[in-house]
Every structure is written in C-alpha cells, then in structure tokens.
Design a protein around this ligand. Structure first.
Ligand code: NAD
Ligand code: UGA
Length: 464
C-alpha cells in the first residue's frame, strides 16, 4: 500500500513489553493503518526489526511478521513521525520514583512528560494522544495542559486507553481481550476522539467489549484492576501459611472457595510471591494517591497487599533455611526458574531476585536455571559477578546440589526425570516447590524431602 492509501497514521512512543506487542496486533488486524513504533533505545529497535525480538512472548514473532514492512515499522526517528501521525499512543515506562517527594511509592513521570514536550515541539497539526502507559489519576489533565501550552494554535485531545495484557499470554489477551477501556473527556471533541479510538479496536473486537468512561475512571480502573488481582494472590498466600500449620491443603481450599461463582477460581494459585514490573508499582501508586488525599486507612489497606507479598518471600527463604538444618552456607542450591512467571523472559520484580539475594547473604552456592531468563538474571545479579552460577540445563544445575527450589512455574519443570536428578544430588535431598507444580507424593517416594507451599511437608525424618 502506498503512503496515501493508509486511512490512519498511528505512532506509538515506547517499544517495550506493551508498545511492541500492542502495535503489532493493531497492524496485523488493520492493514489499512500505518503503524510506526519509535523508541530511544537503538538496540531495541534493531531487535524489533530482526527475528530476535527484544522480548520473549509466545506467538509474537508470527504477529510481527504478518505486518512488519507492510504497515508496521520500527524506528528511532521521533520528530518526523510525530509530524506525520494523527494518533499517538504513549507507552513509555512509568516506574516507581526512587528520589525526592513520593520516593518509593509515586510514579516517576519524567519519561512521560518528556514525550508530551516532544509531541508539542514537533507537531504541526491537531492530534489525539492516547495514554497507554499506566499512570496516576489526572495525568491526562496534566498532559493536556503541557500540550496546550503551544503557540501554534494546535488542539490535542488526550484519551486514556490502559493496557490489561499479561506477559506470557499477551497475544491471546490482545487478540481476544475481556475488555478494552477507553476514557475521554465528555466534551464534543473528547467524545469524537474516544470514538476514533473505539473504531481502531472495533476492527477485531466485539463492540460490547469496548467500554468507555470518563478520563479519571479509566486511569483509576487500571490501578484498581492490578491491585485487586494482586490482592487475591496475597489473600491466598496468607492462607498458605496457615494451611502449613493446620495440615490443610491450600489447593483444596482454593478449589473449594473458587467454586463459588461470586469468588471465581482464577488468581488463587499460592506462590512464592507475585512479581512483574507492575503489581507492586501500581499498588504503591494507589497507596500514594490515597495518602495524598488524606485517605490513610484506605492507603494502609492496599499497602498490606504488598507487605503480605514480602512476607511470603521471606517466609519461603526461612522454610528453606530451617529445613536445611538452619544453615545454607556453602550448600549448592539450584533455583528452577528466575522469570517472574512462566512463558516470559522478564525478570522485573521477580520473587527469585529477592530469594537469590537472601541466599547469597547466607553464603549459599546459588545456581540459577531458566529456559528464557538467564540473560536478564545475569544483568539483575551483576553485583555478584562469578559468585552465582548460571546453568540453563536443570539437570546440570541440580547436579551435586543439596536442594532445588522451584521459583517459576515453567511446564518444563513438571516433566523432568526426578529419579535421575535425585541420584545426582547430595543427601538428604530437598525440594521446595514455590509454585506447587510438582507431583509431591511421587517426589517423596523417590526419596526427596518435599516442601510444597500451603500443604503438609513430606519429610523422611520428623525432627526438622
Ligand atoms: P518497557 O520498559 O518494556 O518499555 C518502555 C519503553 O519506552 C522502553 O523501551 C524505553 O526505552 C522507551 N522510552 C522511554 N522514554 C522514551 C522516550 N522519551 N521516547 C521514546 N521511547 C522512550 O515498559 P512496558 O513494560 O512496556 O510498560 C510500559 C507501560 O505500560 C508502563 O506504564 C506499564 O505500567 C504499563 N503496562 C505494562 C504491562 C506489562 O505487561 N509490561 C502491562 C500493562 C501495562
Ligand atoms: C498483570 C495483570 O495480570 C495484567 O492484567 C496487567 O496488564 C499487567 O499486570 C500490568 O499492568 O503489567 P503480569 O504481571 O504480566 O500481568 O502477569 P500475571 O499473570 O498477572 O502475574 C503476575 C504475578 O503474579 C506473577 O509473578 C505470577 O506468577 C503471580 N501469580 C499470578 C500468582 O502468584 N498466583 C496466581 O494465581 C496468579
């Protein structure tokens, strides 16, 4: 298709876990639009242009290949593309602030504000600006103020379209989302902009799943959705601690409560803790928002979700240490999985990071295994240089180890030959299943001392 034949020119600033897959899906579904994705990171853009994409996400390469070079383009050229586009999605990172007012809780909006100023500087026509990043409530208003302070008489309409995809299932989530949320001002120009964005997604998503709201509801809904999801995990993790004491089984409890359709059965897997770049960040963002408005009880309620997650991580390390006769020093401990969840190479805020740090403080010999996340693990743990061993092959990682700890629920770990693994381990051999994915009874019969989460421990001696 020649340039003139494209019915819309759309730009996305930020080619990360959200910008890349989201734009690839729009481009694949809408060949009539020209989609350009821009990033300041040259290496990342080069990777998006190759078959070695910068992120591991099942099915992503196929979707990218359907559209790349046809109507999907990756570039570092910002100014020209801002000028050309009618609609600009902004999908840059919004991490937790590490300095000054609000440090540790509020969002660091420096990347965000830079985009607003770049857009204002380069624009020569009116545009719709779409917030794709997750942002504090009322950011859209701030953005509009920055954009409006132009002396070219240009009008910018800011729309909020938060992203709900989960890593590892991003393609499925984008192709068949539960809902797409589009918030705007309820003025004529706001409602027109809202409809323009609805039109994009209506190319493949049924209209009844395209929900609209005012700007503030859209921004707040994103923070609240993540907070509710994380709250469920913290709730079941808190119960896992109790189950271990009273000989209940957390999976049976989750199954029993999840059958109640008012509760539902999803997001009730007890784990070593939730990770990922967003849950903690977004809850703390909500906490900060509540504190700012003097809602201290509400803030404390949500902050407890993060505290419970930290408790679960700490508890897991304590279980390991106690079981290994109160010392892990000089013991080889194989960590199965470093990614924050299965089917991703992403290690941001992975519970495995915290657990590794704690084991290293105790001078354990840690060996990390993961099918996709070893490169990121090495970057995260570069402080430890060669003190940590990395071994993609789980059999080699477990060789001569005293214990295995399963930290990511990769399918791969369910089907290993544990008899073979047991044969090569130090004895007594221990296995700590931080994801409850293994066959615990079978492992016990092989000879392992087995420590699932939220279930009775299966141990061959009774005094630990
Ligand atoms: P990311 O770090 O993977 O990607 C952000 C990209 O923006 C980076 O590649 C960075 O180089 C680029 N960037 C920053 N400033 C720029 C600028 N001025 N110009 C051009 N490029 C710039 O982050 P992500 O995981 O994609 O998250 C982006 C946003 O989406 C965050 O607000 C996050 O909370 C939200 N979100 C993330 C997920 C997820 O699964 N990761 C899901 C839903 C929402
Ligand atoms: C989460 C949300 O699910 C997405 O809707 C949201 O768009 C995204 O955050 C975001 O804003 O970044 P993601 O972090 O990619 O997606 O992955 P999840 O599947 O939500 O898992 C998050 C963490 O919780 C992982 O560490 C996972 O292992 C853990 N988890 C999940 C559990 O411990 N138990 C569960 O039952 C479910």
């Amino acid at each position: 298709m020649t340039e003139e034949k494209f019915t819309k020119k759309i730009l996305c600033i930020g080619a990360g876990y959200v910008g890349g897959p989201t734009m690839a899906m729009i481009a694949a579904k809408c060949p009539q639009y020209k989609i350009t994705v821009v990033d300041i990171d040259e290496n990342k853009i080069a990777a998006w242009q190759s078959d070695e994409l910068p992120i591991y996400e099942p099915g992503l390469l196929d979707v990218v290949k359907q559209a790349r070079g046809r109507n999907l383009f990756f570039t570092t050229e910002l100014e020209k593309n801002i000028k050309e586009s009618e609609i600009i999605f902004v999908s840059v990172n919004t991490p937790t602030k590490t300095f000054g007012e609000g440090a540790g809780k509020s969002a660091d909006l420096q990347y965000w504000e830079k985009c607003a100023r770049d857009i204002r500087g380069a624009s020569e026509s009116d545009k719709i600006i779409v917030e794709k990043s997750t942002l504090p409530v009322k950011t859209a208003i701030a953005m509009e103020r920055i954009l409006s302070a132009n002396d070219k008489g240009l009008h910018f309409e800011v729309v909020s379209n938060p992203e709900f995809l989960a890593e590892g299932t991003a393609i499925r989530d984008l192709e068949n989302p539960d809902r797409v949320l589009i918030g705007s001002k309820e003025t004529d120009s706001g409602l027109n902009a809202r409809e323009e964005i609805v039109e994009i997604f209506a190319n493949w998503i049924p209209r009844d799943r395209l929900i609209t709201s005012n700007l503030m509801s859209a921004e707040l809904s994103k923070l609240v959705a993540n907070s509710f999801l994380a709250q469920r995990i913290s709730s079941i993790n808190s119960i896992s601690a109790l189950c271990e004491i009273v000989d209940a089984d957390v999976n049976e409890v989750a199954n029993a409560i999840g059958k109640d359709s008012r509760i539902g059965n999803r997001f009730l897997n007890a784990s070593v803790g939730f990770g990922g770049s967003c849950f903690k960040k977004d809850i703390l963002n909500l906490v900060y928002l509540c504190e700012t408005f003097g809602l201290f009880e509400v803030a404390a309620y949500w902050e407890s979700v993060v505290k419970m997650n930290e408790y679960q991580e700490t508890r897991f390390v304590k279980i390991i240490t106690k079981a290994l006769f109160n010392t892990v020093t000089n013991k080889r401990i194989a960590l199965f999985g470093f990614a924050f969840k299965a089917n991703t190479s992403d290690t941001r805020e992975s519970p495995a990071f915290y657990i590794t740090k704690k084991l290293m403080e105790e001078k354990a010999n840690v060996v990390i295994s993961d099918p996709k996340a070893i490169d990121n693990a090495k970057k995260d743990l570069k402080y430890y240089n060669d003190d940590i061993e990395y071994e993609e092959d789980p059999y080699k990682a477990a060789d001569k180890s005293h214990a295995i700890a399963v930290l990511t629920e990769w399918d791969l770990y369910k089907n290993l030959d544990y008899e073979k693994i047991y044969g090569k381990m130090e004895k007594p051999a221990f296995i700590f299943d931080g994801r409850n994915i293994l066959d615990h009874k079978k492992l016990f019969e092989i000879g392992f001392n087995v420590y699932p989460l939220g279930k009775p421990h299966l141990i061959h001696f009774k005094d630990v």
